[in-house]
Design a protein around this ligand. Structure first.
Ligand SMILES: Nc1ncnc2c1ncn2[C@@H]1O[C@H](COP(=O)(O)OP(=O)(O)OP(=O)(O)O)[C@@H](O)[C@H]1O
Ligand SMILES: [Mg+2]
Length: 679
């Protein structure tokens, strides 16, 4: 007679953490009903419990059926008639506290039980400080999955999965739950400090209420992203702004930079800066314009006399405007004017590249960093402390550095520089209350394969390696997010203590994930290709148990800007007139919001106003609409006033009048696209 409904079978063989379980004949139906809920028996990835008197061992089913039958029994009659499952032991529960690892192995013939919702609730349900909810168990909706925040941050973590598997959504959901708590539960962590490197600009919208956003083309409440070039490693900076340099000119230029920095440090003493132990690497401002100007001089100079005392100068240049000086061209052979030989480095081309970089608008955030841009003598109005304060010292939990406008050639350098500034500051300031130990920092790196690849020689990889190796001691944690784990540097992945593995279809990526996972979970990893979107296997230090979890989807409006386009719906809608000028303009401006920026909002006066007849319409916020085809002007009366939109083509107006919702049409096609004025 079956007395225990949860009994699954008995231990048949034990070899290390892997045990073979003989299923009892009573549960051969495959389904057991306990407390009104049905449980599938022997599902790969489900939990089993092996009671051991005072404590319970917990294991995961990794194999079932023929493969699980112990080899010695294969072919024998009893082996054929019995059903077996293989279980990987993962930890034990004493009272309600779960510990990974086991202190004692089970014995042959010990009972093996199904794990019910109430067992899991006992493990997950314990209210403890420092836990953050990420989702719910895939097998039991009612049980929240929590992560241990201490371990998550200090032991680093990785969120891995194919494109579209839900990584960004997971990150947004997790960060929101850290910053503001989950609806109806704990209140979050008000002093949490998280920096998100947002490569595609997906998050600013999703986390707008809990984050401060820095962006190159900042709009509205966003702040401008500035990264002073003088805080970068000068060798790397030169590599980017001047191209490859030979040893001799490189050394000469570094010496020059050192001299500038020294002069600046002596002129304006900075707290903590010891002039005696400075190097060219010390983050002290210097002017690139001055550097360019002074390096160019010897390259183009000519002399009017044989003694080389009178320069044959025609026009003196201007460092501020990057105008080179003009000299008379040198004569042939020994005739005058003579070419200059003193201080010549033969770097005309690299200098031209430097000048064009300085003039290139796309690099303004780095080479002309607002108030951090030094004048020709290297004086700045804002220094590094202001930068750190802006990035880390605001009242929000999350800082988003939106790097979507950054040209990809500098991405590596840039991220390396950002991490270096943050890490060095938190490292050296570790004893202070703003430092990493008193207020740890979590750095989330999206699309990590782009700048942390095995091949990359850039500074970002070295910096992240440093963070994952020693950041724990100084309160800096890393979260690596990538769709190509096989391309991410191995040292970095192997240092991650917690893994959120989402659907992974590519087999080389999958084996990489498997190899990096901290727990021994052969069976559960095989389910990686069949995970649903938004489902993850969470294992490692921060998870109580390795689990398959359904990540909670953030509420509408708080999801990352990466939703899949609805192809069929978009293609099924009626064609409208298109204007590709806007696309080209947005591209040239390197700003996806270009058209919206152009809108003028100065009210126009009575005389300029074109008197127009408006037709009343039925819409919740639009009262009436008028249109002048000759002037291509559209006039709309809203609840809060009348606006005119200019250059609106006739077909657009006609379509608007025919639209299901005039308000929605206005919002989607008119407001972001045409210049307007309040009447
Ligand atoms: N937990 C979830 N529940 C339901 N749908 C989800 C969930 N997570 C993500 N999705 C949906 O999956 C799609 C892709 O999500 P997301 O942008 O997070 O993927 P990703 O892994 O970051 O992709 P990529 O590698 O291309 O950046 C989105 O349309 C999103 O709404
Ligand atoms: Mg993503």
């Amino acid at each position: 007679m079956k007395t225990q409904p949860t009994l699954l079978g008995h231990v048949g063989a034990v070899s290390g953490a892997k045990i073979s379980v003989r299923q009892s004949p009573a549960v051969s139906s495959g389904i057991s009903i306990i407390g009104g809920k049905s449980y599938k028996i022997g599902q790969v990835g489900s939990f089993v419990r092996i009671p051991q008197g005072y404590h319970d061992l917990y294991g995961l089913v990794s194999e079932a059926g023929a493969n699980a039958t112990p080899e010695t029994l294969l072919g024998s009659t009893s082996g054929d008639s019995e059903r077996w499952i293989t279980v990987q032991l993962v930890g034990e529960v004493m009272g309600t506290s779960f510990e990974r690892g086991i202190s004692q192995y089970p014995n042959v013939n010990d009972e093996v039980h199904l794990v019910t919702e109430s067992d899991l609730a006992a493990i997950y349900g314990v209210e403890e400080q420092g836990q953050v909810v990420v989702g719910r168990l895939a097998s039991a909706d009612g049980i929240p999955v929590k992560l241990d925040l201490d371990k998550l941050v200090t032991r680093h973590s990785a969120v891995l999965g194919s494109t579209g598997s839900g990584k960004s959504t997971t990150v947004a959901s997790l960060l929101r739950s850290i910053a503001s708590g989950v609806e109806g539960s704990d209140a979050g962590f008000p002093s949490s400090r998280i920096l998100l490197l947002d490569i595609h600009g997906e998050y600013s919208h999703a986390l707008s209420d809990v984050a401060k956003v820095f962006r190159i083309n900042a709009e509205g409440t966003e702040s401008h992203l500035h990264l002073p070039y003088w805080a970068l490693d000068p060798t790397e900076l030169l590599g980017f702004i001047m191209g490859r340099l030979d040893d001799k000119p490189l050394t000469a230029i570094l010496d020059k930079i050192y001299a500038y920095k020294l002069r600046q440090a002596e002129a304006i003493p900075r707290a903590g800066l010891n002039v005696g132990s400075m190097t060219s690497d010390t983050p002290v401002p210097f002017s690139l314009k001055t550097l360019w100007f002074e390096l160019l001089e010897p390259e183009i100079k000519t002399w009017a006399n044989k003694e080389k005392t009178n320069p044959a100068i025609l026009e003196s240049g201007n460092a501020e405007t990057l105008t080179p000086p003009k000299y008379s061209p040198h004569g042939a052979g020994t005739s005058l004017p003579m070419m200059n030989q003193i201080g010549l480095l033969g770097i005309r081309k690299p200098l031209d590249q430097l000048r064009s970089r300085l003039l290139d608008k796309r690099y303004d955030f780095l080479l002309h960093p607002g108030e951090w841009e030094p004048d020709l003598d290297g004086n700045v109005s804002k220094d590094l402390d202001d930068l750190l304060g802006e990035w880390l010292g605001h009242d929000k939990s999350i800082t988003i550095l939106d790097l979507s406008g950054v040209p990809s050639v500098v991405l590596q350098q840039l991220i390396g520089a950002i991490l270096r500034i943050l890490y060095e500051a938190l490292f050296w300031g570790r004893g202070r209350s703003e430092g990493g130990i008193a207020r740890p920092l979590l750095v989330v790196m999206e699309e990590a394969h782009r700048y942390l690849s095995k091949e990359s020689t850039g500074p970002s990889r070295t910096m992240v390696q440093r963070i994952v190796k020693e950041g724990r001691k100084f309160g800096v944690g890393a979260m690596i997010v990538s769709q190509r784990p096989s391309e991410v540097d191995e040292t970095i992945l192997s240092q991650c203590g917690t893994f959120v593995a989402m659907r992974q279809t590519n087999s080389s990526d999958r084996s990489k994930v498997q190899a990096s996972l901290p727990d021994n979970l052969a069976g559960i990893v095989d389910s990686l290709p069949v995970l649903r979107t938004g489902e993850a296997i969470i294992t490692g230090e921060a998870a109580r148990l390795p689990v398959r979890c359904r990540i909670s989807l953030p509420p509408e409006g708080y999801r990352p800007n990466s939703e899949d386009p609805e192809v069929a719906k978009a293609w099924a809608s009626e064609r409208r007139t298109e204007n590709y000028e806007r696309l080209a303009a947005a591209w040239r401006a390197q700003n996806s919001q270009w058209a919206a920026n152009r809108i003028t909002r100065t009210p126009i006066n009575e005389e300029q106003n074109i008197a127009m007849e408006r037709e009343p319409v039925t819409s919740s916020n639009v009262i009436s609409v008028g249109y002048d085809a000759a002037l291509e002007t559209l006039e709309v009366e809203f609840q809060n006033g009348i606006y005119q939109y200019y250059n609106v083509p006739q077909p657009i107006h006609d379509e608007m009048m025919a639209a299901d919702s005039i308000g929605k049409f206005m919002h989607a096609y008119i407001k972001p696209s045409y210049p307007c004025a309040k009447v």
